[in-house]
Design a protein around this ligand. Sequence first.
Ligand SMILES: Cc1cc2nc3c(=O)[nH]c(=O)nc-3n(C[C@H](O)[C@H](O)[C@H](O)COP(=O)(O)OP(=O)(O)OC[C@H]3O[C@@H](n4cnc5c(N)ncnc54)[C@H](O)[C@@H]3O)c2cc1C
Length: 480
Amino acid sequence: MVDYEAIIIGAGVIGPVIATSFARQGRKVLLIERDWREPDRIVGELMQPSGLRSLRALGMIQAINNIGATPEIGYTIFYEGRKVHINYPSKADVAPTVPLKSCVFDGNDKVLDDDTLSAKDFEDDEFERGASFEHGKFITNLRNIAKAERNVTTLEGTVTRINQDATGVHGVKVKLPNGDIKEVTADLTVACDGIFSKYRKILGEDNVPTVESHFIALKLKNAELPVRNTGHVILGTEFSPILVYQITPEDTRILCAFNGPTLPRDIKGYLRQNVLPNLPQELQPSFEIALKDQVKTHPNQYLVAKQNDIPGYLVVGDALNIRHPLTGGGMTVGLNDVVLLMRLFEKIPTFSNREQVNEALLEFHYERKNLSGVINVLSFALFSLFAANDENLRILQRGCFKYFELGGTAISIPVGFLSGLIPKPFLLTWVFFKVAFYSIYCNFIEKGLIWLPVSIFQIFTILFTAAYVFTPYLYREIFS
Ligand SMILES: Cc1cc2nc3c(=O)[nH]c(=O)nc-3n(C[C@H](O)[C@H](O)[C@H](O)COP(=O)(O)OP(=O)(O)OC[C@H]3O[C@@H](n4cnc5c(N)ncnc54)[C@H](O)[C@@H]3O)c2cc1C
């Protein structure tokens, strides 16, 4: 006899969502978190439309209410003094959200009116919307939704061990705040312990992420945003991409990429020299003021999802799979994973039937790849182009921006990938190489006849570079 049907380790973004969904399926759940205070982090602040749809399907969309969230209608991309606006896709062009019967009730799949969000805009607008917010407040809302479920028990403590034997995982050992150790058993133990997960290694000793770049973050006070209600992506040939989005009515997040495995020693000096002069004029005063505050940094990691094949054990969220945060897709991948898991688990009356759970997890591993593959591959391919550090990448970067300037499907399809609404990896491949060919064409036009031999040579180097920054990620995401 076990204590719980499921134990969830970690109440960040994914833990409370899984706990709530399991509870609504009638399962008895223990949600363990080492620190229940509101987190203060620079991650998970912009939710793509597909992430919001997952929250709707799970009846948890109201977690974005009453936290001063900003509705987002798309992106504005800035490149060398020019800008292009990219709207999120039209609702008519994407499949409708299918609610999970066990999770949706009493209108919990609808956004409510509050001080900053309008239910009408979210529900009746022709276009999909995203939302940006203070991460900590969103997490508190998710945790409160989980705590309100009768079948969820919460516990403060740090999981120090996963109890495993030759037959699989049977529960955890938890260190309580008073130093006592508690052992808890369950049919299914779920690790949602995030980007720095200690317990992903149970799936394999080599299951460790790599660090390729960093984000440096500041919070701007009362910033004058060039285009309100859009995420800003600022690009150039001489600096790494910069992201800007409003997170509360007063606060705007700025994330400045640093392309390298270790951060510069003088971070503020780097921001003053490499970021400040490249910002749109309107943002510069608030950025200069914010430079007096403490700077936060975060490594950007990469981890391909490994199959969950240990009986009684499931790894999900950033513990399972990490992509570049440039495209703000982490929460969307994790939440879509929860929806998929719930659909697969709906057919399983009890997790004590480990064979049935493992069959579902095998299906999960392959079915999730369409969406996670698109978001993950796109995040790294775009980061390579946007942080262009050689001539071929700079040509691809310029070509990519010019491609967006064409409008129509040249923006509606790419933003469909980014927002998680077009989960088609092979269409992504086709569009990526179309952009590469368009870049080659633009390079020919810009260089003119006089440089024709160079442009012809560059056909090969540009195509090689495009393949080099795209195909290894595609291969790992889709075929591993
Ligand atoms: C710089 C940066 C910016 C990002 N921006 C975005 C964005 O704008 N949009 C987006 O969609 N995604 C973004 N992401 C990704 C997003 O933050 C993650 O995908 C998301 O937080 C993953 O949720 P999670 O629940 O797996 O992990 P987390 O949210 O990290 O939660 C893990 C939880 O587990 C707890 N925990 C850990 N170990 C233990 C233990 N041993 N015992 C008990 N509890 C434990 C932690 O305290 C924490 O509460 C960003 C990532 C980075 C690095």
